[in-house]
Design a protein around this ligand. Structure first.
Ligand SMILES: [Zn+2]
Length: 233
């Protein structure tokens, strides 16, 4: 049974092209997953910033309530000044009011700081929202590109598979089992050129006897890696 190097070379080229196309087809969904992870990460960032704003607002609200309560207490204490029965009581209350006013002034400053912080956080929320929008737009774009590319790739695969079926008709029937076994297991890696007495697949030397077999167009497998060998053009 004879198999020309031309036939094997063509088969190997088709297997390699198909492997490349299938690899590209499989890469598409992975790229989409990466973009989806990006969107999720930016959404988590946004959620975090929003939660921080919420907490800061709650804190500012509490501070404002505290201030109001303390101010009301001072109004009451001031009213009580007129009803003091002793000078000592009057002085004590006066000091109490002064201390509370001091504390209120500190609290008022803190409230201002809190409100400024909340203002600044607004920018961060906008930035985070923009980031979510940008990554979502990127995801949509990549999805569209990949789906368009996949359609082309699937067409190419179908065409090459038909070419392969056609090219395989040149194989001797009695050799078909050995060929199927090697390409079914290893795909394009099941075949290799043998150049200058070396298997290109694994880099091992082939024997002079194998070289002769190849020259006589007999099916020859590399003894080291099992690849089906063929001679270069
Ligand atoms: Zn080899």
């Amino acid at each position: 049974m004879a198999i020309t190097a031309d036939t094997l070379r063509t088969l190997h080229r088709l297997h390699e092209q198909l492997a490349d196309l299938r690899h590209r087809l499989a890469r598409g969904p992975k790229q989409v997953v990466l973009r989806e992870q990006n969107v999720k990460a930016r959404e988590a960032d946004l959620e975090e910033v929003r939660e921080a704003v919420k907490q800061a607002k709650l804190k500012a609200d509490r501070q404002q309530l505290d201030l109001k309560a303390s101010e009301q207490r001072n109004v009451d204490w001031n009213a009580k000044l007129n009803t003091c029965s002793s000078n000592k009581e009057f002085q004590t209350l006066k000091e109490q009011i002064a201390a509370a006013e001091m504390a209120n002034s500190v609290l008022a400053d803190e409230i201002l700081e809190s409100l400024e912080r909340i203002d600044a956080m607004g920018d961060k929320v906008s930035e985070a929202e923009e980031a979510v929008k940008a990554t979502a737009a990127e995801l949509a774009k990549v999805k569209e590109q990949i789906s368009a590319a996949a359609e082309v790739i699937r067409g190419d695969i179908a065409r090459l598979e038909a070419e392969l079926v056609d090219a395989e008709k040149a194989l001797p029937v009695e050799f078909r089992g050995d060929y199927d076994r090697v390409v079914n297991v290893k795909g394009a890696d099941g075949m290799s050129e043998a150049e200058d007495g070396v298997c290109n697949g694994c880099g091992q030397k082939i024997t002079p006897n194998m070289q002769n077999e190849l020259l006589m167009h007999r099916p020859t497998f590399c003894k080291s890696c099992g690849r089906l060998l063929y001679l270069p053009e």
